[in-house]
Design a protein around this ligand. Structure first.
Ligand SMILES: Cc1cc2nc3c(=O)[nH]c(=O)nc-3n(C[C@H](O)[C@H](O)[C@H](O)COP(=O)(O)OP(=O)(O)OC[C@H]3O[C@@H](n4cnc5c(N)ncnc54)[C@H](O)[C@@H]3O)c2cc1C
Length: 477
C-alpha cells in the first residue's frame, strides 16, 4: 500500500525506539511528546494531502518500480514533464503551507550516483538502492537526509582534521556490513522519520576514501543518538498568537553515530571517493532547483501577507507600498523562472532520471534567497512597530484589557480589530520570532550557503567562449 494515512504514519512511529535527547531529557518515543508535535503534524499533513481526492493527480503516481500507487514524497521522476510537475507542486504547497518537505530529491541523487558506480565497477550499489527505494515506496516511508557533517575546520579536508570524526566515516569493513563513526549535523525532523539516509557532503580525494560513504538505516538502529533542538514555535499550541508555528515546525538534530553497524544490503557507497564529484553536482542541481522554487513560494506567501497588512493599516494605495509589493513579485518570478529553466534545461542521466541544470538553479537561488530575508524587513516596515510592541495574546483574552486593545489597535475602517491583531501576530511570526529566525536561516544556509551558488555558477560557465566572442567583436585574433 504505497500511499499511507496520517494515522498509519503515527502508528508506525509508535513501534520505533530511537535514542533521543531533547530539552535536557532523554526520550525513546516521540509520539505524544509535545516537543515533536509540530514536526509530526507537518509530516502528517503530507500524508493527509496525498489522501485528498482533489490532490490525487498531483500527489499520487503510478510507480513502475513496484507497479503500485505511490505518493509525491517517494515517487521517482523519470522525465522532464514529471520534474516540472514536481516543482509546480512544491510552489503551490509551499506558498500555502510554508514547506512541502521535498527531501525526496535526495533519492534521485543517490539513484544516479549508484548507477554510475555499478556501471563502471560491477558493484551492486544501485541494485541495493533500488530495493531500498521499493521499500520506501511500498510502505510510504519518510527519511531524514543526513548530508552535512560537523566539518570542524572548514579549511581542512576530512582526513586533515585533528579529530577524524568531524566527517562521518567508515571505521571497519566486515563480512556482513560496515561500521561507521562520526556525526551528521542539522538533520531536520530525524526522530519523526522512519529511516536515516546518509551521503557525503563534499567532493573527496583518495586520502579521504573512508569518508565516501552512503547508507540507509532505521532511525532506532543501535548506536545512533539524536541530540535534538526543539522546533521554533511554542511547545503548546497558541494558534491565535502563533498561527503558523503552532502547527508547523521542525526539530533539528545533531545525529551521532557511535560505531554503528550497517548491513551491506543498506550500503550505497563504500570508499568510492572519485564518484563524490558527480554526487555533489547532482545534489547541487536538485537541491537548488527545489530551493529556488521554495524561496519563490515563500516570497509569494509574504507578498500576500504584506498586502493584507497594508490594507489593515489603510496604506494599500500608497505608491511606495505598490512598489515594494512589486519588488517581491519580481523576485519571486526570478526564482520561479530559474526553477522552471533548470527543469527545461535538464538532461537525462543514463540511469533514467532527469538532472536539472546546475547553473540556472544556482543562479536563481543566489538572486532570491537574500532578497527574501530583505523582504521580511519590508514586511515589518509595512506593518509598523506594532509587530514587536503590541500586547500579547493573554491581554486580548483578559476582559479588563481587551476593550482597550479593541479601541487602540484599530486600523482602517472595515477591518475588524481582531483581524488586524491576527494579521500583526502573523507578521510577528514571520519577522520577529524564533520562527522567523528559522525561516531566515532556512533561506540563507539550508541547501548550502550563497557562496556555494556562486562557485557552481562560475564553475559551469564557459567564460573562454565569451572571451572569444569579445575578441572577435574588436578584431583581436
Ligand atoms: C533550517 C535548516 C535545515 C537544514 N536541514 C538539513 C538536513 O535536513 N540535512 C542536512 O544534511 N543538512 C541540513 N541543513 C544544513 C545545510 O545544508 C548547511 O547549513 C549548509 O550547507 C551550510 O553548511 P554549514 O552550516 O556547515 O556552514 P558552513 O559551510 O560552515 O558555512 C559558513 C560560512 O563559511 C564559509 N565557508 C565554508 N567552508 C569554507 C571554505 N573551505 N573556505 C572559505 N569559506 C568557507 C561559507 O561560505 C559560509 O559563508 C539545514 C540547514 C538549515 C539552516
Amino acid at each position: 500500500m504505497g500511499v499511507k494515512t496520517r494515522v498509519q504514519y503515527i502508528e508506525s512511529l509508535k513501534t520505533a525506539k530511537p535514542d533521543v535527547y531533547i530539552a535536557g531529557e532523554y526520550v525513546q518515543n516521540v509520539v505524544n511528546n509535545p516537543f515533536f508535535r509540530t514536526s509530526i503534524n507537518h509530516l502528517g499533513m503530507g500524508y493527509d494531502w496525498a489522501n485528498m481526492a482533489e490532490n490525487e493527480s498531483e500527489l499520487t503516481f503510478h510507480s513502475p518500480l513496484i507497479e503500485e500507487k505511490v505518493s509525491f514524497w517517494t515517487h521517482l521522476r523519470q522525465s522532464t514533464a514529471e520534474l516540472k510537475q514536481m516543482v509546480e507542486t512544491i510552489k503551490r504547497f509551499s506558498a500555502q503551507h510554508v514547506c512541502t518537505m521535498c527531501m525526496g530529491i535526495g533519492l534521485c541523487v543517490i539513484w544516479a550516483t549508484t548507477y554510475e558506480i555499478d556501471q563502471d565497477k560491477g558493484t551492486e550499489y544501485h541494485k541495493r538502492f533500488k530495493n531500498f527505494y521499493k521499500k520506501i515506496q511500498k510502505d510510504d516511508l519518510r527519511f531524514a537526509l543526513g548530508v552535512m557533517d560537523p566539518k570542524g575546520d572548514r579549511s581542512l579536508s576530512p582526513s586533515q582534521q585533528e579529530d577524524p570524526d568531524m566527517y562521518l566515516r567508515i571505521v571497519k569493513q566486515l563480512k556482513d556490513g560496515i561500521v561507521v563513526n562520526g556525526a551528521k549535523m542539522h538533520t531536520t525532523s530525524a526522530p519523526c522519520m522512519h529511516y536515516f539516509l546518509a551521503t557525503p557532503c563534499r567532493v573527496l580525494s583518495e586520502k579521504d576514501k573512508e569518508y565516501a560513504v552512503s547508507f540507509a538505516v532505521p532511525i532506532d538502529t543501535d548506536g545512533i543518538t539524536f541530540i535534538t533542538r526543539p522546533a521554533a514555535g511554542p511547545v503548546k499550541g497558541k494558534e491565535f498568537e502563533s498561527p503558523v508555528s503552532s502547527k508547523i515546525g521542525f526539530v533539528e538534530c545533531l545525529s551521532v553515530f557511535d560505531n554503528v553497524f550497517i548491513p551491506w544490503e543498506n550500503v550505497f557507497m563504500c570508499g568510492e571517493w572519485n564518484y563524490t564529484e558527480n554526487l555533489i553536482k547532482y545534489f547541487s542541481s536538485y537541491v537548488r532547483m527545489a530551493k529556488c522554487t521554495c524561496v519563490s513560494a515563500r516570497t509569494d506567501l509574504i507578498t500576500g501577507i504584506a498586502a493584507l497588512a497594508a490594507k489593515s493599516n489603510g496604506i494599500e494605495k500608497a505608491s511606495h507600498v505598490k512598489h515594494k509589493l512589486n519588488d517581491m513579485i519580481i523576485s519571486s518570478n526570478i526564482g520561479w523562472g530559474c526553477a522552471l529553466g533548470s527543469v527545461y534545461e535538464s538532461r537525462m542521466h543514463p540511469s533514467g532520471i532527469p538532472i536539472p541544470d546546475i547553473s540556472i538553479s544556482n543562479s536563481g537561488l543566489y538572486q532570491t534567497r537574500l532578497r527574501f530575508v530583505e523582504f521580511l524587513g519590508t514586511l515589518q516596515e509595512l506593518a509598523g512597530g506594532i509587530v514587536t510592541t503590541m500586547p500579547i495574546e493573554n491581554e486580548y483574552v483578559n476582559e479588563k484589557t481587551k476593550p482597550l486593545m479593541e479601541k487602540y489597535l484599530k486600523g482602517k475602517e472595515g477591518v475588524s480589530v481582531e483581524d488586524r491583531i491576527k494579521i500583526m501576530y502573523l507578521i510577528q511570526e514571520f519577522t520577529a520570532s524564533n520562527f522567523s529566525g528559522y525561516l531566515m536561516s532556512s533561506a540563507i544556509c539550508a541547501g548550502g550557503t550563497p557562496e556555494t551558488n556562486r562557485v557552481e555558477v562560475f564553475r559551469n560557465y564557459d567564460l573562454k567562449e565569451m572571451v572569444k566572442y569579445a575578441k572577435a567583436l574588436c578584431n583581436i585574433d
